[in-house]
Design a binder for this molecule. Sequence first.
Ligand SMILES: Cc1cc2nc3c(=O)[nH]c(=O)nc-3n(C[C@H](O)[C@H](O)[C@H](O)COP(=O)(O)OP(=O)(O)OC[C@H]3O[C@@H](n4cnc5c(N)ncnc54)[C@H](O)[C@@H]3O)c2cc1C
Length: 404
Amino acid sequence: MESSRKYDITVVGGGIVGLATGFALTGRHPGRRIAVIEKESSWGFHQTGHSSGVIHSGVYYRPGSLKASLCVKGARALMAFCDEHRIPYQKCGKVIVATCPEELPRLEELHRRGRANGVANLSLISPERLRELEPHASGIRALHVPSTAIVDFRRVASALAQEIRTRGGSITLSAELRRIRRDGGAFLLETSQGEIQTRAWINCGGLQADRLTRMGGSSPALRIVPFRGEYYELVESRRRLVTGLIYPVPDPRFPFLGVHFTKRIDNNIEAGPNAVLSLKREGYRKTDWSLSDILEIIRFPGFWRMSARYWKTGLWELTRSISKPMFVKDLQRLVPEIRSEDLVPAEAGVRAQAVDPSGSLLDDFQLVESEGSLHVVNAPSPAATASLAIGEYLAQSAARHFGL
Ligand SMILES: Cc1cc2nc3c(=O)[nH]c(=O)nc-3n(C[C@H](O)[C@H](O)[C@H](O)COP(=O)(O)OP(=O)(O)OC[C@H]3O[C@@H](n4cnc5c(N)ncnc54)[C@H](O)[C@@H]3O)c2cc1C
């Protein structure tokens, strides 16, 4: 951290959203003192580093929503950033596969949404064309999304951090924000590496975003409820079963996409992620739990309302998490040749999903303004794809809100 430790804006959280925000701020306001602090010892350690690595195109999201506009804009900006910084990505395309007639109206709705959101070259395809694209997939109809790509978001995060530094911003790892005090018109941020004085701050805390909002003196009605996403990986000899990305038609009641096959930029093929309630916000193993995280969840009325509404789905997700045969059965709907012995467990991720007091899972990105601060309280998928556009959006909000 720089010796003066006085900044105009401090971004808290060095995931891809915080870094993209620091990148946009240093680009728009070169004369301002901008800092990004991150509690872990590497950039993009949590959600960013545990994602599927898909640059989404924007077919899923309600036209007019922030997710829709920022995903489409962000995907374009991200690929341009990767070109400029020689970060490999691959436009491998994706198919969303309907496996029964009941899914057809929802598939058609995704086609409509994608077109309304400006996603290029979408087409509804026959089972024969599906076989040409994905010879081992099976379905009665599919939506082909050729613009979907894959990338390593951790590499993007590191390149963003480097750019912020090059532009004169301050970036600090292993600096955990622990307390916030007011100091006249400014804020004193107490971190594990000492105190920072800042005129304004932006909360990009991901899984900790609601806690940071409270630390800043606001009381958000929302809570972050962590949902673990568990993956399997295909053994090398069976990777040939998947060419690109094979997804099911998602259940529109949830912001999750259903277990799918994802080609990774390192040529691995992953299957997952599911969505299981996690007993620890930053816990990546099934056995991880934290008493304080559990207490916080069970004291939140929205959790019980959510559970009353979706207990069947929650139970089903839990059972499928424990039972590999059930996980495999779901995958076989998309690729019938998959067998249990083709899959080995891989590293899981945890999603930060905001839930409101009525028990609804917030669908859209959400940004909350408070005096001298901005809070990203809901930035689930596709926030990694949309990160550069979210960063621009936050930098614009900051200019307005903080009077830059
Ligand atoms: C399993 C899974 C799969 C996904 N797949 C995709 C995908 O394919 N494509 C896509 O676009 N999106 C995907 N997402 C979503 C995407 O990963 C997230 O939306 C995105 O990474 C959010 O970025 P973030 O910066 O907000 O959060 P994070 O990456 O979680 O970063 C928040 C940071 O804040 C830091 N922090 C928290 N508290 C403090 C504190 N007190 N002091 C300092 N630092 C603090 C944390 O350490 C963390 O590094 C996926 C997510 C998961 C979990």
